[in-house]
Design a protein around this ligand. Structure first.
Ligand code: 2HA
Ligand code: ZN
Length: 295
């Protein structure tokens, strides 16, 4: 490459890196979603966390990918090892630990960070954000394990979202925490449910959060489910886009709300299993047949 080519290439890089990160669609989406979730009452205080797998080329239009601000060790509360090999070099936009969804939109640079999984698999390289010296969510090990699990079954998966939706949580206290029964009840609550989450909802018993153990358990469930309830805590969702992932949790929450509004009343009508079959056949979706009681 000649000298002038070098100059032109460097110039293009500088120009690209000059696009304002605050205008980046992925940052805007994250801000809007966190804001939305806060307004819905799902993410009180520092509750909830989101991680968003970004496209390296796209991030490169906004940030200098060689400018690592600092390296942050990657570990769960108990610092056990877990395998992030399949994610090395990947870049994620992640909510910060102890940060409030309420504040994300007004100050994304403090409440969010863009991190790259380091070559040595022991840390993440901070490319932007966590301006006050912060770190990624304590649930990052869970998120990364879930990303790896979902990417193995769906190479287009990008988002892992954790939240404490009110009615879903309420339902945990009054409904049996059996995956088939819980899913079946949700499917009965709104006609669209079986079409939106035909793979059903996985459930983990109450476990200590922020640990590698709950991460391993969640990611195992994520081989079969895009939605995993953490009993008496909240829910994890996975999807290709922010909207899709939010929409999954939103649909479960709506169904749980209908359940909580009606559970103490005599049930006069319901959506029958044979009606659900008609729905999945009409929309051509693969579903958990074993979660229905078909004659
Ligand atoms: O990040 O929701 O599960 C706060 C939480 C932990
Ligand atoms: Zn939580």
């Amino acid at each position: 490459m000649g000298f002038m080519d070098e100059v032109r290439k460097a110039g293009a890089t500088i120009k690209r890196a000059c696009k304002d990160i605050f205008d980046a669609p992925f940052v805007r989406e994250m801000c809007d979603t966190a804001d939305n979730m806060y307004r819905l009452g799902w993410d009180e205080r520092n509750g909830g966390n989101i991680s968003y797998l970004l496209d390296e080329k796209e991030v490169g239009e906004y940030l200098d990918l060689n400018d690592v601000k600092r390296t942050i060790p990657l570990m769960g509360v108990n610092a056990a090892n877990f395998d992030v090999s399949s994610l090395v070099g990947k870049i994620f936009l992640v909510t910060g630990t102890g940060k409030y969804f309420k504040n994300v939109k007004a100050d994304p640079e403090t409440n969010l960070g863009i991190v790259r999984i380091a070559e040595d698999k022991k840390g993440v390289e901070l490319l932007w954000g966590y301006k006050d010296g912060g770190r990624p969510t304590s649930e990052l090990p869970s998120h990364l394990m879930c990303h790896a699990a979902r990417l193995a079954v769906d190479p287009e998966n990008r988002v892992i979202m954790h939240s404490h939706p009110t009615h879903t949580l309420a339902m945990n206290y009054v409904h049996e925490l059996d995956e088939k029964k819980f899913t079946h009840t949700l499917w009965e609550m709104c006609t669209e449910c079986i079409v939106v989450f035909p793979d059903g909802v996985g459930i983990l018993p109450w476990m200590l959060c922020g640990t590698d153990e709950i991460g391993v358990a969640t990611s195992k469930k994520m081989h079969d489910f895009r939605l995993v309830v953490w009993a008496m805590h909240g829910i994890y969702g996975a999807g290709k886009t922010m909207d899709e992932t939010f929409g999954l949790i939103e649909t479960v929450e709506k169904a749980a709300q209908i359940y909580m509004l009606t559970a103490h009343l005599p049930r006069v009508n319901t959506i029958k299993d044979e009606d659900m079959v008609k729905l999945v056949e009409l929309f051509g979706v693969k579903y958990r047949k074993d979660f229905l009681d078909l004659k």
